[in-house]
Design a protein around this ligand. Structure first.
Ligand code: SF4
Ligand code: SF4
Length: 285
């Protein structure tokens, strides 16, 4: 391992990840978990494996599909991205192991069911902090990593490795503009902003209950707090200026948006391929 050149290997990893369709990646030295002291010691990568660096890789979720949530096409996108990430993490760890560098991947979710999350919120390892320490973004009021490129519309996988890599530069300024759209649009009021600190209070049980309901309707996850976030260059690509007012209208904060073409499109995707709220109430499922 000592004979491996860090810079060459870094480039090789970059090529490997780009070839697999990864949009964003970075290197997080374990010293950053100590420096920021935001994660309980038991959940730090150096406690879970003889880790020196966490390599974090992310794939963007296209905004026009995220906007249809809750829908079957959003669920399918979520599953596809999860599969690709798990497979990429597995193959990157394997690639490093074959070079004699002990490494393991931690999958993008890491829990067995919503019921488990309801009773025991959290997973053994948090990608959100790893991605922040890998210089990929900052954590927003919605409790998710916001990136300059995709806002919070990115999913992550992490590879814990014994190889020491120089850390990617961190993003020092908060990307979250505290517009509170995530809190206002959450259908179960799970995000409660606080005036005395940046981090909000978060009610995990109502959020998990909604995930459970959407799983039964075959249109999980919820992700409304992710779709409404204004941060991200992806909004320019999809020219989504019209969307922002519609998000609030959908939550009853404005006039009826039913006559807007974009809204009709979302409704179409919500109706077909999964059970609607009304159909569930009618006992049709
Ligand atoms: S995922 Fe949905 S229910 Fe959970 S916090 Fe975000 S908007 Fe609220
Ligand atoms: S929606 Fe607004 S408050 Fe919420 S995370 Fe995004 S920028 Fe921050």
């Amino acid at each position: 391992m000592a004979s491996l050149n860090e810079k060459d290997l870094r480039k090789e990893i970059g090529r490997f990840l780009s070839d697999r369709g990864i949009d964003l990646f970075g290197f997080a030295p374990v010293s950053r978990w100590e420096k920021y002291d935001e994660v309980h010691p038991d959940f730090r990568p150096q406690e879970l494996f003889p880790t020196k660096t966490v390599i974090v890789a992310g794939m963007g979720m296209p905004l026009p599909i995220v906007e249809t949530t809750p829908s079957a096409i959003h669920m399918e996108l979520y599953r596809t991205v999860n599969r690709e990430l798990d497979s990429t993490g597995y193959y990157l760890a394997r690639f490093l192991n074959q070079k004699g560098i002990p490494s393991i991947s931690f999958p993008r979710d890491g829990y067995g069911s919503i019921q488990i999350i309801k009773e025991k919120p959290g997973a053994a390892f948090a990608h959100v902090n790893a991605a922040k320490y890998a210089g990929l973004g900052t954590i927003g009021v919605n409790n998710v990593l916001l990136t300059p490129q995709f806002g919070p519309r990115v999913r992550w996988v992490s590879v814990l490795t014994e190889m020491e890599f120089e850390g990617s530069p961190m993003i020092e300024n908060e990307l979250c503009i505290r517009c509170l759209a995530c809190a206002r649009c959450c259908p179960v009021d799970a995000i409660i902003p606080r005036d005395d600190r940046f981090k909000p209070d978060f009610k995990s049980l109502p959020c998990a209950n909604r995930a459970e309901e959407l799983t039964k309707r075959r249109c999980y996850p919820c992700g409304i707090c992710i779709k409404v976030c204004p941060v991200g260059e992806d909004r320019k690509l999809f020219a989504s200026e019209e969307s922002m007012s519609l998000y609030l209208n959908e939550q009853g904060e404005g006039k009826d948006p039913l006559d807007v073409k974009l809204y009709k499109r979302w409704k179409h995707f919500r109706k077909w391929g999964s059970w609607t709220e009304e159909e569930m109430k009618d006992g049709k499922k």
